[in-house]
Design a protein around this ligand. Structure first.
Ligand SMILES: Nc1ncnc2c1ncn2[C@@H]1O[C@H](COP(=O)(O)OP(=O)(O)OP(=O)(O)O)[C@@H](O)[C@H]1O
Ligand SMILES: [Mg+2]
Length: 255
């Protein structure tokens, strides 16, 4: 998209620092996520990807800096205002756990029970629609133990979409999946972004996924304690002069 038509920012992170017990995970992190894009957060294990997500959705308070989500300073919100904003964000966590003793349909209904006054028939209808969107219409009555890992990830996305959030966060959606299932999940994310206009923030370190789905990305680095790259992942692969970024995108072993 040309610069003049750039979509508005739905997330603005400015000079964010995360520290635990005085230990800095990252600092000086600044970026925008634009409406309708698939934004990828990447970097090696332990660099702070999940920690960054937890800040953006208000689970952690910034040590420094500010975070704006859908025009509101999430770290400053409390009570009903905070709940209202959180309803507009869907999250699929890295652990991704579905409730084991509930069917997939019941799992998708959980956020509807928690956050809406919809009657049971309406909840069931919404659950059926969401499971349909991720290709699980036929599995609505199955238990999590009765489905494959890829189906469980898709069910997790359906649950995260229950309240029609304009922003969906996915923490390593394709971890532990075979390459074909993983590619199917990538296609689903791209399709949902295109067809529903949903903004995706996806944490992954799977290079193929990043190149397949990412409109833009940032790369965090544990040693640098912050961002070492930002932009179109394909351009970073072809043009970055940073040795860590090059090593990651070109699968080179660093000297
Ligand atoms: N609540 C917490 N208390 C203390 N330290 C924490 C907390 N949350 C995260 N950390 C630390 O922050 C660092 C980054 O962790 P994080 O889980 O964000 O990494 P990650 O990039 O998501 O890694 P992975 O790719 O393995 O999921 C780690 O050193 C972790 O121990
Ligand atoms: Mg993580």
């Amino acid at each position: 998209m040309p610069a003049s038509q750039e979509a508005e920012a739905v997330i603005r992170v400015r000079d964010l620092a995360a520290r635990f017990d005085g230990r800095t995970v990252f600092e000086h992190v600044s970026f925008d996520v634009r409406r309708g894009e698939v934004f990828v957060i990447l970097g090696g294990s332990g660099c702070g990807k999940s920690t960054l997500l937890k800040h953006i959705i208000g689970l952690y308070q910034p040590a420094e800096g500010s975070i704006e989500v859908l025009g509101e300073r999430i770290e400053a919100l409390e009570g009903a205002a905070r709940q209202a904003l959180l309803r507009r964000i869907g999250v699929m966590w890295q652990s991704g756990a579905l409730f084991g003793s509930s069917t997939l349909a019941e799992n998708v209904e959980v956020p509807l029970e928690e956050h809406t006054g919809l009657p049971a028939e309406a909840r069931a209808l919404v659950a059926r629609v969401k499971l349909g969107l991720v290709g699980l219409s036929d599995a609505a009555l199955r238990l999590p133990a009765e489905i494959s890992g890829g189906m469980a990830k898709r069910a997790g996305i359906a649950r995260a979409m229950a309240l029609d959030p304009p922003i969906l966060f996915l923490d390593e959606p394709s971890a532990g999946l075979d390459p074909i299932t993983s590619a199917g999940l990538d296609a689903l994310i791209t399709q949902l972004a295109r067809d529903l206009g949903t903004t995706f923030v996806v944490v992954t370190h799977e290079l193929q996924s990043i190149l397949a789905i990412g409109d833009r990305c940032i790369m965090l680095d544990k040693e640098a304690k912050g961002m070492i790259a930002e932009g179109d992942p394909r351009r970073l692969r072809d043009e970055s002069q940073n040795p860590v970024v090059r090593a990651f995108f070109r699968r080179e072993v660093m000297a």
